[in-house]
Ligand binder design. Sequence first.
Ligand code: SAH
Ligand code: SF4
Length: 368
Amino acid sequence: MINLLDFDQAALTALFAERGEKPFRARQALRWVHRRLVDRIDAMTDLAQSARDVLARDAEIRAPVVVRDSTAGDGTRKWLLDVGGANAIEAVYIPEDDRGTLCISSQAGCALDCAFCSTGKQGFNRNLGVAEIVGQLWHANRALLADGASAPWIEQGRHPITNVVMMGMGEPLANFDNVVSAMNLMLDDNAYGLSRRRVTLSTSGIVPAIDRLRDACPVALAVSLHAPNDALRDRLVPINRKYPLRELLAACVRYIEKAPRDFVTFEYVMLDHVNDAPEQARELAELVRDVPCKFNLIPFNPFPNTEFATSSRNRIVSFQRILRDAGFVATTRKTRGDDIDAACGQLAGQVQDRSKRRTIKVQPLATH
Ligand code: SAH
Ligand code: SF4
């Protein structure tokens, strides 16, 4: 069976053409799947019977199966989704007054092995398909509507999810084609119709793929920086050994020419006495002096057997103040969904380590 969630508009139009159906019918079908969120072809009542018959032969609408659904005290909701072969991924819904954000996974596991990331510690299993990526959004909207979610924009007929961040499990740019097709659906007016500034892709810094994204689908960009120099970043974010900071920052500047916002967001995980010293904040400010950017400081979320600890409130505040005094916008991410392990880098924490890979040990820097 083919899964209609796997098809963006171009692919669905091609499928319909192959089967002798007109392009506008593909758009109609797309609207049924992604706007009306139906899960059955026979529910597509205004689609010509011939087109429905053509689809009904071998097509279905199949999102990943939910194996756990938990809601935290602060309203954050996490779905654990089975993607087959004992792989589970997660999607996390973060409600706020003016928006509903969904954090989406792009891979089962991740090969990049950042030292402070529990997804990285699980090793890489496989890339998610388009249906598995966009299916997280399809499912979240349906589940929230079915549960009677209320917000002003829902009353105006919009979906509960207004913003998507590709910040769940996996490195989205290492699954480029599927992620771009899924994002095309997020942006498509016949599907989710989100503006490019409401879709954010977070990457650890695969430089050639940042350039490709700029041409293929320039959504808002977040880059996981985490260190003010190559020596430390080589240890925290191993992909830095291949694409060092100078190249990464140059790619960020190139990206901004096409980006929906005139800045890149730098994520910086706050690791106690590793990357959070005042002089490191000053070094960081100097490093990115010529890059239009904002900082998002992320308190480290600990997980079992990690060698890192979360920076103290004081160290985070001082670090943030130095960046602000240097003229940068710097915010500290609120930790949400703590009680259901929905915070960054904790996703699918129960999934076993299949990689048996040695972890890279990072010595805390002598400090200060
Ligand atoms: N692979 C992409 C996107 C997924 S991770 C990337 O690395 O950017 C989303 C963000 O969470 C990244 O900035 C990542 O560095 C951060 N993160 C990973 N593990 C974390 C942890 N244990 N605590 C806090 N942030 C973490
Ligand atoms: Fe992969 Fe991102 Fe985790 Fe690094 S931080 S291991 S790139 S998911």
